[in-house]
Design a protein around this ligand. Structure first.
Ligand code: AKG
Length: 274
C-alpha cells in the first residue's frame, strides 16, 4: 500500500522515488553478474540476450531480465515493491518485460516519450473511486549512484495528465527549462513511474558507468509487448514471460503468478495467497 503522502505524490507527479530498496548484498550480486555478462561485448541477438538495443557506442539495453541469473529474478517480485505494484496496477498485476541499461560517458540522449497525449492504449494513467488504474508501469532500479549532474532518467512531472502534446523541441531537448526534472538516485533506490509520464534520458556525463534495471508491469489482463521475442522468432507458448523460460525453474509460487500470461477470466490475485 502506498502511504497517503506517496499516493498524493504519485498522482501529482506520475512517479515516486523510493530509497534503500536493494540491500548492499543484493546490489553487489546484481553488479557482479552484470560484470560477468560483459554486455558491451555481447553480440546483439544472441539467444540469451535476444532483447538487445544499442543507441550509439555508449548506451545499450539488454534483456529479458526474467531470463537473467537468479539475482535479477529475485527482484521480479521484490517484497518492498510488490505492495506498490498491487496498489498501482491492481491485485492481479503481472510482469511484462524488462531490460538492463548501461551507459558510458557520452551516452544518450534519448528523447522524451510517453505523455498523456496522444492517447496511447496500454499506457494509460487513471484514478477512479480513489484507486489507481495504471497500465504500463516501470520500476527502475539504480545499480549505481546518479548525481545531480550525471544525466540519465528525466521526466516532466505531471505530464501523465497533460491535455496537449509535448512540443517537439521539448521532446528533443532542444529547449529545456524548469518543466524538465532529472532524478538523482542513490545506488539501490527505485523510481516507479507510469509510462504515461513524459520521460527520457539525458546524456550520461559521469565518469562511472550508468547501470539501471527496468522491470515493467501491467494489470493482469493486459500485455504490452505481446509476443515477447522481438527478434521475430516464434515461441510455442505465445512468447509471454513464463516461469519455464528460466532454465533453473526455481521460481516461488508468488513469482510464478507474477509471470503468468495475461488474461482476465477467473484470474487469481497475484498477492495475498501462498
Ligand atoms: O531511465 C532512462 O534513461 C529512461 C528510460 C526510458 O526511457 C523508458 O523506460 O522508457
Amino acid at each position: 500500500m502506498l502511504t497517503d503522502a506517496e499516493r498524493y505524490l504519485f498522482d501529482l507527479q506520475g512517479y515516486l522515488l523510493i530509497e534503500d530498496v536493494l540491500k548492499p548484498d543484493e546490489l553487489a550480486d546484481l553488479n557482479r553478474v552484470l560484470d560477468e555478462y560483459d554486455l558491451w561485448n555481447e553480440p546483439s541477438g544472441q539467444d540469451g540476450f535476444f532483447d538487445f538495443w544499442r543507441n550509439g557506442d555508449c548506451q545499450i539495453a539488454a534483456g529479458p531480465l526474467h531470463r537473467f541469473a537468479r539475482p535479477f529474478r529475485n527482484i521480479v517480485g521484490h517484497a518492498r515493491i510488490v505492495p506498490y505494484l498491487a496498489d498501482l496496477l491492481g491485485n492481479q498485476f503481472r510482469y511484462d518485460h524488462g531490460q538492463a541499461m548501461l551507459m558510458r560517458t557520452g551516452g544518450g540522449p534519448f528523447h522524451l516519450h510517453g505523455g498523456a497525449v496522444p492517447w496511447e492504449p496500454g499506457m494509460r494513467f487513471q484514478v477512479a473511486g480513489g484507486q489507481f488504474h495504471c497500465e504500463l508501469l516501470v520500476v527502475q532500479y539504480a545499480l549505481c549512484d546518479v548525481g545531480a549532474e550525471d544525466g540519465g532518467l528525466c521526466v516532466v512531472p505531471g505530464s501523465h495528465k497533460s491535455n496537449f502534446a509535448c512540443p517537439e523541441s521539448f521532446a528533443a531537448f532542444e529547449k529545456t527549462g524548469p518543466w524538465l526534472k532529472h532524478i538523482p538516485q542513490q545506488a539501490g533506490s527505485v523510481v516507479i513511474f507510469t509510462e504515461a509520464l513524459a520521460h527520457g534520458t539525458l546524456p550520461w556525463t559521469a565518469d562511472h558507468e550508468r547501470r539501471a534495471l527496468f522491470y515493467r508491469y501491467t494489470p493482469g489482463h493486459m500485455a504490452f509487448v505481446g509476443r515477447y521475442r522481438e527478434d521475430g522468432c516464434e515461441m510455442a507458448d505465445g512468447g509471454y514471460p513464463q516461469p519455464a523460460h528460466s532454465a533453473e525453474g526455481d521460481w516461488s509460487r508468488q513469482e510464478r503468478r507474477i509471470l503468468e500470461a495475461p488474461y482476465i477470466w477467473k484470474r487469481a490475485d497475484t498477492i495475498g495467497q501462498e
